[in-house]
Design a protein around this ligand. Structure first.
Ligand code: ACO
Length: 371
């Protein structure tokens, strides 16, 4: 049986920054409200398709591992905002990278996608079925937000990260993992008109609505992630005090604080970047992992604990043991094309569309009330 070692890592965030002050120019909100309720100060808005964020992340991860794309035997991509469903986005990346031997698989469990992917890849490498896997997690979510709904629009951003996994005989990589889903509460995070259900074929066609119960998600997120962390630590026989770094899903700073308190980890061990990127769904964990490595916060042999929750309501946790190498073998010169627009300019068509729709709805409501 092999262990799935992370031998390469890379990330890509688009350059255009959308600050809380930018949001307050068209939503009834404020920097003070957003920072105090979520810890978010700014997020990124992509000027390119999601597959381009994935490609740059992938090229950087492959260089860090010094793996030739032609040697990959699987590309797994976790996202809910793919370029297209047919061809799937992993196929687009397989072709662009030049990885013709690789299977190409998209998975979607929303914010838990990267950890669900790690859980699957660990099994595929353990059995010897795959030897070089590229796992990508990320999102192109700002272009799908409902820009008239202040409660959800302020929370999300675009970003992507990737890792290369290879077999090792040493006990490194993902030592223990758990995945699950509290489907009884699946309505707590719903993005309507964003799938093939009959409901989509109504007069609200293409008008995406983010219906979620923030408080319910908050409570369940802390509880389910904490329990999953306890379970993976138990399975691996590792005490929480031995964990060097926690890399949690970044949805809200207050959730991270509550999780750390519940599992008994001091704040300085928790990687936090939600202030700079917001919730990038399947992108949060690989991006936070790459930043932790680049900042020297993960050392050879460290235990790294990770947990996530998201739409479904899915949850996941994983305990990693880092290998000997915390620096890349090579670097890639892959870059996104330059962006000549501000984040507000990139989003302007969506904001206009949602504002016009909201005004029409309000006018109809007033007409109906006066009848
Ligand atoms: N600016 C100003 N006021 C706002 C905003 C805003 N952006 N959004 C909501 N408010 C108002 C509300 O209307 C409400 O006003 P009211 O009391 O007059 O009705 C008030 O602020 C309080 O709203 P709450 O929703 O109770 O605020 P809360 O403190 O719970 O924070 C938040 C909301 C940030 C969403 C929090 O609940 C949270 O982070 N929840 C979990 C995160 C989450 O749901 N993520 C979705 C994951 S999506 C996925 O996985 C794909």
């Amino acid at each position: 049986m092999y262990h799935a070692e992370i031998t390469g890592w890379g990330m890509c965030v688009p350059p255009a920054r959308l600050t809380n002050h930018d949001l307050a120019t068209f939503l009834d909100t404020s920097d003070e409200w957003i920072v105090s309720r979520s810890g978010i100060r700014e997020r990124r808005v992509s000027h390119v398709n999601f597959s381009e964020l994935g490609l740059v992340s992938a090229r950087r991860a492959l260089a860090a591992a010094d793996v030739d794309p032609a040697d990959l035997d699987l590309i797994m991509l976790a996202s809910l905002t793919n370029d297209s469903y047919c061809p799937n986005t992993a196929s687009i990346i397989q072709d662009e990278l030049g990885a013709p031997r690789a299977g190409a698989l998209d998975i979607n469990t929303a914010c838990t996608g990267f950890l669900y992917g790690m859980h699957l890849c660990r099994g595929l490498i353990a059995t010897g079925q795959h030897k070089k896997i590229l796992l990508i997690g990320g999102e192109f979510i700002t272009h799908y937000l409902n820009w008239s709904q202040r409660s959800s629009a302020i929370l999300f951003g675009d970003a992507c990260g990737a890792v290369v996994l290879e077999p090792s005989e040493k006990p490194v990589g993902l030592l223990a993992s758990r995945i699950g889903c509290e489907a009884d509460a699946k309505e707590a995070i719903q993005i309507t008109n964003f799938g093939s259900a009959y409901e989509r074929l109504t007069d609200d066609f293409l008008y995406v609505k983010w219906n979620f119960d923030g408080r319910e998600v908050f409570k369940r997120a802390v509880k389910s992630m904490a329990q999953a962390c306890v379970d993976v630590l138990d399975e691996a026989g590792v005490d929480i005090s031995e964990v060097a770094v926690v890399v949690p899903h970044q949805a809200n700073k207050r959730i991270l604080d509550a999780l750390a308190a519940r599992i008994g980890v001091p704040e300085e061990k928790v990687i936090i970047n939600v202030d700079r990127y917001g919730n990038t769904s399947a992108g949060t964990i690989p991006v936070a992992l790459v930043e932790a490595l680049e900042e020297g916060r993960i050392k050879p042999g460290d235990y790294v604990l990770s947990a996530a929750f998201g739409g479904g309501l899915t949850w996941a946790a994983g305990l990693f043991r880092w290998g000997d190498r915390v620096t890349p073998l090579k670097t890639s010169d892959a870059e996104l094309p330059p962006c000549d627009k501000t984040a507000l300019e990139l989003l302007a068509p969506h904001i206009k569309r949602y504002q016009e729709y909201a005004e029409r709805e309000k006018a109809t409501e007033i007409r109906e009330q006066s009848c």
